[in-house]
Design a protein around this ligand. Structure first.
Ligand code: SF4
Ligand code: SF4
Length: 107
């Protein structure tokens, strides 16, 4: 993938946010160190300390309107699962389908 394609794909996320509103089980913690997790504001972490706090299925760090314009309020310190979901992959497609958004073709 070229750098130009990466820029185009990440800008897609800024008008999407579907994976951040897919499921309260989605933004869970996995490989993060205690030091990394400590950088996430505690009010945005769930009661079990196992992932991001969600309101319904929507991550509480998500700002904006899904499918229109969104941003992650903890982008620099977001969990690993959020970093690995890529526009056009299977999880992205599943999340976008939930919101009636078209699948992203990356090939
Ligand atoms: S669902 Fe896909 S396009 Fe939307 S924010 Fe997540 S990775 Fe980006
Ligand atoms: S932490 Fe950020 S990227 Fe991850 S689900 Fe929440 S809003 Fe989305």
């Amino acid at each position: 993938m070229t750098a130009m394609q990466e820029i185009d794909l990440s800008s897609l996320c800024q008008s999407c946010g579907a994976c951040c509103g897919y499921s309260q089980n989605w933004p869970r913690f996995s490989v993060e160190s205690d030091e990394e997790l400590a950088l996430i504001p505690s009010g945005l972490v769930n009661a079990r300390q196992s992932g991001m706090r969600c309101e319904g299925d929507r991550c509480s760090a998500l700002q904006g309107e899904i499918g229109k314009a969104t941003a992650c309020g903890v982008y620099a310190v977001r969990p690993e699962v959020c970093r690995t979901c890529m526009p056009g992959d299977a999880e992205c497609a599943m999340a976008r389908r939930k919101f009636g958004l078209p699948m992203i073709e990356t090939a």
